[in-house]
Design a binder for this molecule. Structure first.
Ligand code: PEP
Length: 248
């Protein structure tokens, strides 16, 4: 399977930054089309940048939301519905990012409801899971990750509409990453637990996220059950984002 190289732009930049970044990414891929042999590309800008950024994208790069509402359209101030993301030509949506879990106290059940809405609209849910530093130090990382994953996956989840992103909270934006042995162990574990829930679980992409950079991507992508990366900081520079794909 191709690696999914997914950029989470978070709450960064103004409209012209977003459009420039999208143009630069598309330009590099057009100049180096061999990148598409091993990679699929996805970028997730802030909501109000979705439509203008999408206008800059070629078929080679798809676009996604950073979150969606657990509700249908209606009186939910501040929310964006899965249907609205679909209408903006999104293919995917990131759900349960640790920043949403931490700052907005999102529970697994809440994330599950969002994934259901996303799946109903034909969007792929990128469900984020990952332990805190304290949980890893206490040896609880597998228990935490399996509970987050299984409780967040709705009945509508399939191998086609689901991606899991393993993102240790302590590795996000810190420059720290787990050892390759720890990444291997966690991704193997996620794959085995997924197969208890989904048929053909070997076809589900499991992304690694947390301080991925061009310099460390090759060793991470060499891990058998790593099928791409969810990238925060390094996705804000076209050369770094594409540099990570080059390590595939
Ligand atoms: C993220 O927030 O999903 C992430 C992986 O961030 P960073 O790449 O900056 O660690």
């Amino acid at each position: 399977m191709k690696n999914l190289i997914a950029g989470n732009w978070k709450m960064n930049g103004n409209l012209s930054d977003a459009v420039n970044l999208a143009q630069n990414i598309v330009q590099i891929i057009q100049n180096e089309p061999q990148l598409l042999e091993k990679n699929d590309f996805l970028i997730c800008p802030p909501y109000h940048h979705l439509v203008p950024v999408q206008a800059e994208l070629s078929m080679a790069v798809s676009i996604g939301g950073q979150d969606c509402s657990p509700f249908d359209n209606g009186a939910y101030t501040g929310d964006i519905s899965a249907e609205m993301l679909k209408d903006a030509n999104c293919s995917s949506v990131i759900l349960g990012h640790s920043e949403r879990r931490q700052y907005y106290l999102e529970s697994n059940m809440f994330i599950r409801q969002k994934a259901m809405m996303a799946n109903e609209q034909g969007l792929t849910s990128i469900i984020c899971v990952g332990e805190t530093e304290e949980q890893r130090e206490a040896g609880e990382e597998q228990d935490v990750v399996v509970a987050q994953m299984l409780e967040s996956l709705p009945e509508t989840a399939t191998t086609e509409n689901t991606v899991i992103a393993y993102e240790p909270v302590w590795a996000i934006g810190t420059g720290k990453i787990p050892t390759i042995e720890d990444i291997t162990a966690m991704h193997d574990f996620i794959r085995s637990k997924l197969s208890e829930k989904l048929e053909n679980a070997n076809k589900v992409r499991i992304l690694y996220g947390g301080s991925v950079k061009p310099a460390n991507a090759a060793e991470i992508f060499a891990v058998e059950n790593v099928n791409g990366a969810l990238i925060g900081g390094a996705s804000l520079k076209a050369e770094d984002f594409i540099g990570i794909a080059k390590a595939s």
